[in-house]
Each structure stands twice: as structure tokens, then as C-alpha cells.
Design a protein around this ligand. Sequence first.
Ligand code: AP5
Length: 207
Amino acid sequence: MNLIFLGPPGVGKGTIAKEVVKQKNIPQISTGDLLRAAVKEGSELGIKAKEYMDSGKLVPDDLIINLMKEKIKEDDCQNGFILDGFPRTIPQAEALEGEIKIDKVLNFKALDKTIIQRLSGRRTCKQCGAIFHLTNIPPKVEGVCDKCQGELFQRDDDKPEAIKKRLEVYQQQTAPLIDCYNEKGILADIDTEQPIPKIISDVMKEI
Ligand code: AP5
């Protein structure tokens, strides 16, 4: 099953995707994670992407479209996948449509104040990528990942100015995709203003 997780930054796409991966045995393809890995490696893509990401802007379409076209052809994607963070613009959605059929788009929703609270308190494991939150989902030991004992860090784009910009960019460039997928009859809304087990169960019902 080929799925898209759509929604504003910090709504919980990554958190829920990691659970669906376990239950459905399909990979999560997070463009944000791929780009952050490229930045860490210092690759050409990473060097080009860093400035956009740190300021909360989208990376140019051509960079991300080529990356994703290659990614979905890989062997582990042949039985389905979760696209987390792609597409994010109309040209990205059009490019994807030319490549593969999408079965379902889940539109994750939350209030802006919830999103700001979630992003400001997010901490991510440097080693395994597990996602925590200082108050909502705290690690057992402060600053240390429960799963692999890796160090937890705050993303550069989870600072107030970048969060504000990311929310604006989402409204301008990504939210128009909701109508596009709704018209195709493949969109389902997911209310994330509820406990994580309930969100996972809503998602599993939809897919
Ligand atoms: P990306 O990494 O994709 O960031 P994002 O979409 O902004 O999404 P996030 O990872 O911030 O949030 P999420 O929804 O996954 O929330 P999470 O589960 O972590 O992109 C980063 C940047 O890369 C972009 O700004 C752009 O520059 C570039 N980029 C990426 N894709 C691109 C593309 N296609 N085109 C161009 N540029 C691209 O949860 C957030 C927090 O909330 C966590 O702390 C979590 O523990 C907590 N939480 C989650 N759910 C709940 C809940 N139900 N209750 C309580 N707490 C919760």
C-alpha cells in the first residue's frame, strides 16, 4: 500500500509513521530525515539544502523530486511505503503522479498552538532517530534515548523563528494539496488532538 502522510510540521507524522512501519512492515520515507542525513554527510545535496532547512523554507522542487524518484524505485519500496513529508508542493505531487499510484493520503490535523508546543519540546535521538517530547513523551533519563541510549538533540529548525516560517510555508505551499487529493477521493482526515494509541487506531482503520 502506497501512503502519503500529509500535514503541518510537528503534527506527529513521523511519530505515527514509525508505529505504522512496525504494524504494516512497509518503510517510512521521510524527506526531512533524508535531507538531514545529507547535511550531516556534507554531500552536494546537503550543502544546497541546509540554508533552506534552517530558515524553515522548502528545499527547491528539482532537488527533492529527483531524490524521491530514485528512492521509491528501491527494492524495499516495492510492497508499499509511507511518504512522510513528500509531496509538499503541487509540482512535487504532479511529479509523483507520473511515477506511481498512491492508494491513500492521510491528512494529519492539529491546532497551531498544539503544533508550536510539540515542536518547541521535541527532542530526537542522534543515533536511531526516535522522537521524544520534553513533557508529552519524555525519555526515562533526560537527554538520553530510551531505545538505544543515544544522545537526544533539538533540531535547528525547531527554534521559534523557523517554526513560524514553516507554518507559513505549509499554509502557502502544502495545504493546497489537501483539495487536490480530496477531489481524487483518496484523502482521509486524522485528528491528532488525541492520545497516540487512538491516533494509531484511527490510521489503521483508514488503511
Ligand atoms: P521534515 O523533517 O519533514 O519536517 P516537518 O514536516 O516540518 O515535520 P516534522 O518532522 O517537524 O514533524 P512531524 O509531523 O513528523 O512531527 P513529529 O512526529 O516529530 O522537514 C524539515 C525540512 O526539510 C523542511 O522544513 C524543508 O526545508 C525540508 N523538506 C522536507 N521535505 C521537503 C519537501 N518535500 N520539499 C521541500 N523541502 C522539504 O512530532 C512532533 C513532536 O510532537 C514530537 O516531540 C512528538 O513526540 C510530539 N507528538 C507527536 N504526536 C503527539 C501526540 N499525539 N500527542 C502529544 N505529543 C505528540
